[in-house]
Design a protein around this ligand. Structure first.
Ligand SMILES: C[S@@+](CC[C@H](N)C(=O)[O-])C[C@H]1O[C@@H](n2cnc3c(N)ncnc32)[C@H](O)[C@@H]1O
Length: 293
């Protein structure tokens, strides 16, 4: 399988980068009030980091990759941390919003995670919460992270996998057959093999998270407030007819108390850049793990 077709299997978003940036940019002021799942998954990522931290913590440059409104950039730069935090996002509007709501000691960068304009080995820690599933070629993001990390530096990533929002997907398939309403997510096996192909020593944890909503419409509204609605090819450019929306609500499974649940197939990746010296380190499969000075 060549790199392009491999990327198409793993890369979940056929949406253009411009559409993704525009969608999140528009949501910059509503995002934080709707980001319940994002906080849950990012807090677990932070916790993982604390548990596995060196006794003296992290120092040096920390990159928050796909930082959105900068919520975690600010957490990573909390007083006491001996770090210089850079928040990077594809959306210029998100970055403007993040900068306006943060202290001046955080640096901000509008850039694509698949081509990061920072030098080799310039980061001690790369933190990326729920960004990589938006990338057409997540393997390229991992290669960029590998290039940027210093030996001993760490990468922590969270993402969503196939089966995420399956109740909503199935309800839409019955209400509006043949039309996609939900983003595609990589199957777990393909994601694992992509990550381990790039970062053989990575640890991957997965878990199903289920969040309650008062109604399917509340879930749909939350996705809109996050800027995380479906942006791929074949989406409706106009509002979906009310009859179809009603049908979707009728097909969505209800709990005995009338609420609805949404499933999220969550994954967290943790990788430490190996090595203590030398020019480069290439593993038995020819994967270069890290470059040294
Ligand atoms: C779900 S939000 C997560 C934001 C933040 N990490 C958080 O935890 O609140 C995803 C973010 O990834 C950004 N993004 C999507 N594709 C990107 C890419 N190729 N490069 C950089 N950022 C990207 C979006 O603009 C958006 O702000």
């Amino acid at each position: 399988m060549n790199a392009m077709s491999a990327a198409n299997v793993i890369g979940t978003s056929p949406a253009s980068k411009a559409d993704i940036a525009r969608g999140f940019g528009r949501a910059r002021t509503s995002y934080e009030s709707a980001s319940r799942l994002q906080r849950l998954m990012g807090d677990i990522l932070l916790e993982t980091l604390k548990q596995r931290s060196h006794p003296n913590g992290v120092s040096g440059r920390v990159l928050d990759l796909g930082c959105g409104t900068g919520w975690y950039s600010r957490r990573l730069a909390e007083p006491g941390a001996e770090v210089t935090v850079t928040g990077l996002d594809l959306s210029a509007d998100m970055i403007r919003h993040a900068r306006a709501n943060s202290s001046s000691d955080i640096a901000w960068l509008v850039a694509d995670a698949e081509a990061i304009p920072l030098p080799d080995q310039s980061c001690e820690l790369i933190f990326s919460n729920l960004m990589i599933q938006w990338c057409a070629d997540p393997g390229q993001v991992l290669r960029e992270c590998r290039r940027l990390l210093r030996p001993g530096g760490r990468l922590v990533i969270s993402t969503l996998l196939d089966g995420t929002l399956r109740e909503l997907d199935e309800a839409w398939q019955r209400a509006d057959p043949g039309r996609r309403h939900i983003n595609r997510f990589a199957p777990e096996a393909a994601f694992r093999s992509m990550v381990l192909g790039e970062l053989p020593s990575a640890e991957i944890d997965t878990r199903t998270l289920r969040l309650p909503y008062t109604s399917p419409l509340a879930l749909a509204a939350e996705l809109k407030q996050l800027g995380a609605g479906y942006k791929g090819a074949g989406r409706r450019r106009t509002a979906t007819a009310p009859g179809r929306v009603r049908a979707m609500c009728q097909h969505y499974p209800r709990e005995p108390d009338g609420r609805v649940m949404a499933s999220y197939e969550a994954a967290w990746v943790h990788w430490t850049c190996p090595g203590t010296g030398g020019k480069s380190q290439v593993d038995e499969r020819g994967v270069e793990n890290c470059r040294y000075g």
